[in-house]
Ligand binder design. Structure first.
Ligand code: NAP
Length: 367
């Protein structure tokens, strides 16, 4: 099977580099187009990332080394790449003004280039699905309507949610799906520094320290789950109203891996600890017959050790795509509490984006 040629916008950044690394041997997709800021435009990819390559190992793919980085703001370059068969769709890992990203991603879609985005700009746009492949794959059904709303022919936009909510959204969804309504949650995140991109938070603010504030993050952690759990109705994705979340988001001196401490309160039907473990162990939401290359074998891994999960030991579980949970125990205020962990630049960013693209290919939206 010929691989689908893909482009990466923001290819030189922290998340863009993860895309390059994770797609190096991908069986379905091949990186043939890279774009970043005007600062990098015109350079070979290896020159543009010299001295700031952060993904594990060196730049993995010889074919990518010499790709010329284009200016991501110049959509005509991607359009030309699409015409010569080098860019069927783009992953967006851009970091610039929210309104600028919003407009730019829409310009790609209107030019006939589907956008699988990591940026927050379109997360709350009513006809844009915000996907966690195992949780709300049915939200892709809004894509035809999105195209119709904008008179887009081939293009469309899908986004993935904030990296900090990956550590608990799938476990929460597994419980809701099993019939246990989670009514209220308090989540306290301990977020890695790579979540702020590069160079990110100054080292003097981070070493020997915790910063109890990440701009906009608590709002995202409280609002985005409502859309993910929502349903398509009246031509848009309507938020789920059955859950209330209070979030405390903290930046901690960990390189990769967001940890979260969660307390949950259930409705009338309350599961036992054993029931919760059984549901999480059995959870497997992606259709069995479709073998998505980026999908973890088990989306939720339970750590029974008293002191796990830990970022250094658990962030790379199952291609860094599994969510590790542990310390599942009764809560004195709510019902049950646990600790979740996921790799922020893989599960929470590039890996999650690739899994979404695999879902879109399986559903016939790309390729
Ligand atoms: P980053 O390391 O700062 O990289 C930003 C990328 O955007 C670079 O390729 C940069 O190109 C490009 N860029 C910056 N200004 C630009 C401009 N004016 N025009 C065109 N391109 C421009 O950021 P990141 O951490 O990779 O994050 C990328 C996106 O993913 C953000 O929207 C972020 O919110 C989201 N995200 C990040 C994480 C995470 O864990 N880091 C997780 C989930 C989602 P140059 O190299 O040329 O400057």
């Amino acid at each position: 099977m010929a691989k689908i040629p893909v482009g990466i916008l923001g290819a030189t950044g922290m998340v863009g580099q993860q895309y390059i690394a994770l797609l190096a041997n991908h069986p379905w997709f091949e990186v043939r187009y890279v774009a970043a800021s005007p600062r990098s435009a015109g350079k070979k990819y290896r020159e543009a990332t010299a001295g700031r390559w952060h993904a594990a190992g060196g730049i993995p793919h010889p074919a990518v080394w010499d790709l010329i980085v284009e200016d991501a703001n110049d959509v005509s370059k991607a359009r030309a790449a699409e015409k010569r068969g080098d860019c069927a769709f783009v992953f967006s890992a851009l970091e610039m003004g929210k309104d600028e990203i919003k407009t730019l991603e829409a310009t790609y879609a209107s030019a006939g280039i589907p956008v699988v985005s990591n940026a927050s700009a379109h997360r709350l746009t009513e006809d844009v699905p915000m996907l966690i492949a195992e949780v709300n794959p049915q939200h892709t059904d809004i894509i035809p309507l999105q195209r119709k709303n904008h008179s887009w022919d081939k293009g469309f936009i899908v986004v993935k949610p904030n990296c900090s909510i990956q550590s608990y959204m799938t476990p929460i969804w597994a419980l809701i799906q099993a019939g246990y309504e989670v009514k209220r949650m308090v989540v306290t995140t301990l977020q890695a520094v790579s979540g702020a991109g590069y160079p990110g938070v100054a080292s003097l603010d981070m070493i020997d320290n915790i910063v109890p504030y990440i701009g906009g993050e608590e709002e995202k952690s409280e609002q985005e789950p409502l859309k993910i759990l929502g349903s398509i109705a009246g031509g848009k994705i309507e938020n789920y109203t059955g859950i209330k979340i209070s979030a405390h988001c903290n930046r901690v001196p960990v390189i990769d891996g967001h940890t979260v401490a969660v307390s949950m309160e259930f409705g009338n039907k309350k599961p036992s600890i054993e029931e919760v473990k059984k549901i999480w162990t059995a959870f497997k939401a992606l259709p069995q017959e479709l073998e998505f290359p980026m999908a973890p074998v088990r989306p939720i891994i339970i750590r029974e050790e008293a002191d796990r999960p830990q970022p250094r030991k658990d962030r790379n579980a199952d291609k860094a795509m599994a969510i590790s949970v542990g310390r599942i125990r009764p809560c004195n205020v709510f019902d049950i509490r646990f600790v979740g962990l996921s790799h922020n630049t893989v599960r929470g960013a590039a890996g999650g984006g690739i899994l979404n693209a695999e879902l879109l290919k399986a559903k016939g939206y790309i390729g």
